[in-house]
Ligand binder design. Structure first.
Ligand code: PXG
Length: 479
């Protein structure tokens, strides 16, 4: 049976629980009629219709028309162990039959949650001995705000409530998550950010580093944190939060000097350091956590996505000893938590996912073999006339589309904004079965960590083909 037929069967013979069979058009119609999608122009989607995904296997996904695509985005930065892991479904099924749900309130616990807490402590850097579970990355970052403000309150510093984040950061979409995020288009809706959250510039060398080496720029970008601390008043700053590599902002990889200098500044003022590991955690940078890649020791680490490879929603915060000891020793009740904190089924999925990552040595493979190979192959795309710069860090990568290149990486000519070159390129990628995201003029990927070197070759060839098509298209349009 070929892939096309198998995928079509998925839509005509759906899961046992699904009574009715649908055509693509019927699903699209119902989708438009009732389903408000996240971060979507509803009216515009209604005119085009959604792509209906029906199946995944390894690094590939299939839509309802039987079209196979190479999923360069791991779903949404999360399917680290790849699609089609039956052992995760089996673990979930077994747990659902045993105990589908129980809460962790009222002095109650469950076995998968405890086992997962122990496992997470094992894979975290030294000094992390506790976890607080949530259902998503956004809830976990809300939890961070509650945790750090409570920490300072308990120590008698009631004024220390301000959290410093960065422009173009992404930390979620709840009121607190969106406030921590540095996306102006999010803040423009709903009166955000909430009080007590301020932002500094991002460490984007290409945008702000002209005239400096990357190392000099890293120090400079970190100094913006110190400037902000002094502006706000060190006695008012509770914490700094950052993604080790900014993901949704367009894969912004900071210079090597940046994070150590951020750490030095946080230490100097006693400010808590929160690493948002929702994308970088669980192997994405070739280590369990991105903080290890950059050699920093945060006080709190947010996780979600890759903890279950996205098979079931789960998030949480690894709470370092500095904060945990105060909350435990002096805290009394911590008045925060979610119905699904420590959900047994989600924890069972995470345990099996972590077992796979460990036993198949997938993270070591990214660190020692496939990550360096991706770097070599992806960076070679800079010889394409459209590519101004191509960079990777572990299994995230981004390239910048330019109209013309100059002497240095800074001297490029961009395409006019109205061309929306990223979306043009993304169109060619999707049409040719390559899932690659566009963030402005940056094209980004975060492939499943199970991708082999041969599959990297396949992906790079596909990307190159689509870049050629994009260039031909733009030239034909006269732009
Ligand atoms: N922190 C980081 C670093 C993230 O990338 C969140 C928190 C929030 O997680 P939840 O589970 O609440 O979505 C994220 C999520 C994109 C995109 O366009 C990225 C995310 C979510 C949606 C879209 O790249 N990251």
């Amino acid at each position: 049976m070929n892939d096309t037929i198998r995928a079509k069967m998925a839509i005509v013979a759906p899961a046992a629980t699904q009574k009715k069979q649908y055509t693509t058009a019927e699903i699209q119609q119902l989708d438009t009629a009732h389903y408000l999608h996240p971060f979507t122009d509803f009216k515009s989607l209604a005119s085009t219709g959604s792509r209906v995904m029906v199946k995944g296997d390894g690094i590939y996904i299939w839509d309802s028309e039987g079209k196979r695509s190479l999923d360069g985005m791991s779903g949404l930065w999360c399917v680290n162990a790849g699609y089609g892991r039956t052992s995760i479904s089996e673990a979930v099924y077994a747990q659902m039959q045993q105990l589908p749900f129980y809460n962790s309130f009222f002095q109650t616990t469950n076995v998968p949650a405890v086992e997962l807490a122990k496992t997470l402590v094992e894979i975290s850097p030294p000094g992390f001995n506790h976890v607080f579970f949530a259902g998503s990355g956004s809830e976990s970052n809300d939890t961070n705000i509650r945790l750090v403000r409570r920490y300072w309150d308990l120590l008698g510093y009631k004024e220390r409530h301000v959290i410093i984040s960065r422009h173009n950061a992404y930390h979620g979409s709840t009121m607190a998550g969106a406030s921590l995020s540095g996306m102006t288009y999010m803040h423009a809706q709903g009166g955000l950010p909430i009080p007590g959250i301020v932002h500094i510039g991002q460490p984007y060398y290409l945008e702000n580093g002209k005239g400096m080496t990357p190392e000099e720029f890293g120090i400079k970008a970190a100094s913006w944190l110190e400037d902000k601390i002094l502006e706000v008043g060190a006695d008012k700053v509770a914490a700094f939060i950052g993604e080790p590599v900014q993901g949704a902002g367009g894969v912004i990889i900071p210079p090597s000097t940046y994070w150590p200098e951020i750490q030095r500044i946080c230490d100097k003022y006693g400010i808590l350091l929160i690493a948002d590991e929702v994308i970088c955690g669980f192997g994405r940078l070739g280590h369990w956590f991105g903080s290890e890649y950059f050699g920093i020791k945060p006080d709190l680490m947010t996780f979600a996505k890759g903890v279950t490879s996205g098979y079931i929603p789960l998030g949480g915060v690894m709470v370092g000893d500095r904060v945990a000891n105060v909350l435990i020793d002096k805290g009394g009740d911590f008045n925060h938590g979610f119905t699904y904190s420590g959900h047994p089924v989600a924890c069972a999925a995470a345990l099996e996912n972590i077992r796979i990552l460990r036993e198949e040595k997938i993270i070591e493979q990214v660190r020692d073999e496939t990550g360096p190979y991706l770097k070599q192959q992806f960076e070679a795309l800079t010889d394409h006339p459209l590519v101004g710069l191509a960079e990777t860090c572990g299994f995230v990568a981004g390239l910048k589309l330019v109209k013309a290149k100059g002497e240095t990486v800074f001297d490029f000519t961009p395409y006019p904004a109205e061309v929306d070159v990223g979306m043009v390129c993304r169109g060619h990628m999707f049409r040719n079965g390559m899932i690659m995201r566009a963030v402005g003029d940056r094209m980004i990927i975060a492939p499943p960590l199970v991708m082999t070197c041969a599959q990297i070759d396949e992906m790079i060839a596909l990307i190159r083909f689509c870049l050629d098509e994009t260039l031909a298209d733009l030239t034909a349009r006269g732009v």
